[in-house]
Design a protein around this ligand. Structure first.
Ligand SMILES: [Zn+2]
Length: 130
């Protein structure tokens, strides 16, 4: 080992990441597999309205996980909708269908629209679909 190599080794010794210690580029974790195009399509699926109340979201649109991440929901397009912040906060980590039906402004057409975009929903809420 040359003196230069030794110096470089000593400098990198305290790095926690062994790849960085070797001077290699550390691969970045992908935050999400969802593309911009998928999100735009999803926005259009609900005509740019909140998926849960069908009202204008304005600048307050938020992305909600249908199955909450806290309950194992994935960060994939099949699990994402745009919702107004009011609905998003209200839904929180509740299960979608019971939460939706318990809302004072519930209308069947809200649910039918969700089912048209997410046809797997009845499989998750068998007790609600007979
Ligand atoms: Zn809403």
């Amino acid at each position: 080992m040359t003196e230069a190599e030794l110096a470089a080794y000593e400098a990198g010794k305290n790095q926690k990441n062994p790849r960085r210690r070797l001077g290699k580029e550390v691969p970045r974790m992908k935050a999400s597999r969802v593309t911009k195009e998928q999100l735009e399509d999803r926005y259009e699926d609900f005509d740019g309205l909140c998926a849960y109340c069908r009202r204008e979201m304005g600048i307050n649109s938020e992305i909600d996980h249908i199955i909450p991440m806290a309950k194992g929901g994935l960060d994939i397009i099949e699990n994402l909708v745009y919702a107004c912040s009011s609905c998003n906060q209200s839904k929180n980590s509740h299960d979608l269908i019971p939460w939706l039906r318990s809302r004072p402004n519930y209308e069947e057409k809200l649910e039918l629209k969700l089912l048209s975009v997410f046809p797997y929903l009845p499989l998750l809420f068998l007790d609600y679909y007979e």
